[in-house]
Design a protein around this ligand. Structure first.
Ligand code: ADP
Ligand code: MG
Length: 241
C-alpha cells in the first residue's frame, strides 16, 4: 500500500529532514513510528498524503506515484485519512456535521447516506449520545474520537495518525487508543506516530525508530523492544518506557 524507496527531503537547501527512507507498508499492516522530537516523523507521514513534497527517491501510495507530475492529490486524500494531534474539528458544526461534511461535499454521498454512515461511526467510537454536540461541548478525548470518525466516514484505505493522544489528558488517552486498536484489528492499514509504546506492543506489526531524519532501526515489537540493536534506540526507549 505504501512504498518509500530512497526518499529524501530537504526544507530549503540546508535542512535534510528525510534521509534515504526505505519503508514498505503492506495492506492491513500497522506500523508505529517513534523517535525524538524533530527526527522527521511528522514529515514522513505527511508525505504519504501529499502534504509534503520530496526532492529525491520515490513514494507510491495505493498504486499512485507521488513523484509523478500532476498527481491527483484530491483523489489520493480521499483514500488516506489523517488524524492530527490537534483535532481540527469545525467549531461551528456539530459532531455529526463534522463527520458528514466531506463525504457529502467531496465523495458526493447523499445527505441521508452520509448521516447513516456518520451515525454508525459515531456510535462505534462511543459517541452515540453526543452526535449533536459542538466541539466545545466535548472533552479532548471525545473530540479526537469525532476526528477519527470523520476520517473513517470517507472510507479510506489507509489511516495516518500523528501523535493522536499527545494533546490529551492522561485519563482520555485510553478511550482514543481503544478506537485505534479496534481499527487495527479490523485490518486497516495504519501508520501511527506515537510515544504510546503499550499501543505499539499490542497492535503494531512493525515499529520504526527514526533519528535525525533517518530510519535507524525497525522490527517486530517483540524484537524491537526486547532486543534493540542500536544505542540510539535503547537510549530513546529508556526515556519513553
Ligand atoms: P517530528 O515530527 O519527529 O518532531 P518533524 O517532521 O516535525 O519532526 O520535523 C523534522 C525537522 O524538520 C525539524 O527540524 C523541524 O524543525 C523541521 N521542519 C518541520 N516542518 C518544517 C517546515 N515547514 N519548514 C522548515 N522546517 C521544518
Ligand atoms: Mg511531529
Amino acid at each position: 500500500m505504501i512504498r518509500f524507496q530512497g526518499l529524501n527531503k530537504w526544507f530549503g537547501n540546508a535542512l535534510h529532514v528525510l534521509k534515504d527512507i526505505d519503508l514498505d507498508v503492506a495492506k492491513g499492516e500497522v506500523v508505529v513510528v517513534c523517535g525524538p522530537s524533530g527526527s522527521g516523523k511528522s514529515t514522513l507521514i505527511r508525505c504519504v498524503n501529499g502534504l509534503e513534497p520530496f526532492q529525491k527517491g520515490s513514494l507510491t501510495v495505493d498504486g499512485v506515484d507521488l513523484g509523478a507530475k500532476g498527481v491527483a492529490l484530491r483523489d489520493l486524500r480521499m483514500e488516506v485519512g489523517f488524524v492530527f494531534q490537534q483535532f481540527n474539528l469545525y467549531p461551528h458544526k456539530t459532531a455529526l456535521e463534522n463527520v458528514t461534511l466531506a463525504p457529502i461535499h467531496v465523495r458526493g454521498l447523499s445527505k441521508t447516506e452520509a448521516v447513516e454512515r456518520g451515525e454508525a461511526l459515531l456510535a462505534k467510537v462511543g459517541l452515540a449520545d453526543r452526535m449533536n454536540n459542538y466541539p466545545s461541548q466535548l472533552s479532548g478525548g471525545q473530540q479526537q474520537r469525532v476526528a477519527i470518525a470523520r476520517s473513517l466516514c470517507m472510507q479510506p484505505k489507509i489511516m495516518l495518525f500523528d501523535e493522536p493522544t499527545s494533546a490529551l489528558d492522561p485519563e482520555m488517552i485510553t478511550e482514543v487508543l481503544d478506537v485505534m486498536v479496534s481499527l487495527a484489528k479490523e485490518g486497516m492499514t495504519m501508520m501511527v506516530v506515537t510515544h504510546e509504546m503499550g499501543f505499539a506492543r499490542k497492535v503494531a506489526h512493525r515499529v520504526v525508530f527514526m533519528d535525525q531524519g533517518a530510519i535507524v532501526e525497525s522490527g517486530e515489537p517483540a524484537s524491537f523492544f526486547g532486543n534493540p540493536t542500536h544505542d540510539r534506540t535503547r537510549d530513546f526507549l529508556s526515556k519513553v518506557l
